[in-house]
Ligand binder design. Structure first.
Ligand code: COA
Length: 180
């Protein structure tokens, strides 16, 4: 059972530990990439009104983070990003399900109209997570990120609450709900 709840201070250290792992932060925006993250930095980010951090639990055990950033309350848009605490034990649909919950929260509770994410062009796992939640490629910024000392494209994917036939996939990739 996968659930998401707003991130609270008792878990800042755990999340900081996850985001300090090179296998995770190498894929993130420059603000988090290739550095050790102090829990106080998580606190600062959580207090920023443009962010919303959610702890992911699997059967009650904290295992990942899903988040909104760059929330613009006027245009009602936000960016999403995410990380599994131990990516080596991934592939079980945990973050796919967590993003499904986050998308629901964003559209149904927070009044967001459109979500976007960006991935490094070689982040196939992340692309799958987004595509299984109905996100589609919206465009790319050429050579706009650095991964392993190599410059490559940022690929943007987006999803709006009005997309016809947007499907939410379960862990096995099957469509479990359709909005119109
Ligand atoms: C990306 C990440 C969040 C995925 O978490 P996860 O819980 O393993 O994701 P899921 O199991 O829901 O889905 C992963 C998908 O990628 C697939 N996958 C795994 N390794 C892959 C690879 N090397 N190449 C292509 N696809 C791969 C899985 O098979 C699965 O797809 P499927 O259900 O169609 O089989 C996790 O790997 C992570 O934390 N990575 C580092 C941080 C990161 O990249 N964050 C996103 C920044 S935009």
């Amino acid at each position: 059972m996968i659930g998401i709840k707003p991130l609270t201070p008792e878990h800042f250290a755990t999340v900081a530990e996850w985001l300090s792992k090179p296998e995770i932060n190498q894929w993130l925006t420059g603000e988090w990439r290739d550095r050790v993250i102090d829990p106080t930095l998580i606190g600062v980010a959580v207090r920023n009104k443009r962010n919303r951090f959610f702890l992911v639990r699997s059967d009650g055990v904290p295992c990942g983070l899903v988040a909104l950033a760059d929330w613009d309350v006027v245009d009602k848009i936000a960016m999403i990003w995410y990380a599994l605490g131990d990516p080596a034990s991934g592939g079980r649909g945990v973050i796919t399900q967590a993003i499904r919950e986050l998308v629901r929260t964003a559209f149904d509770t927070l009044g967001i109209e459109a979500l976007h994410a960006w991935i490094m062009e070689d982040n196939e796992r992340s692309r799958r997570v987004l595509e299984k939640n109905g996100f589609r490629e919206a465009g790319r910024l050429r050579l706009a990120a650095v991964h392993n000392s190599r410059r490559l494209d940022r690929v943007y994917l987006d999803l709006t609450r009005h997309d016809p036939g947007v499907g939410f996939a379960d862990a096995s990739g099957g469509i479990v709900a359709v909005t119109s």
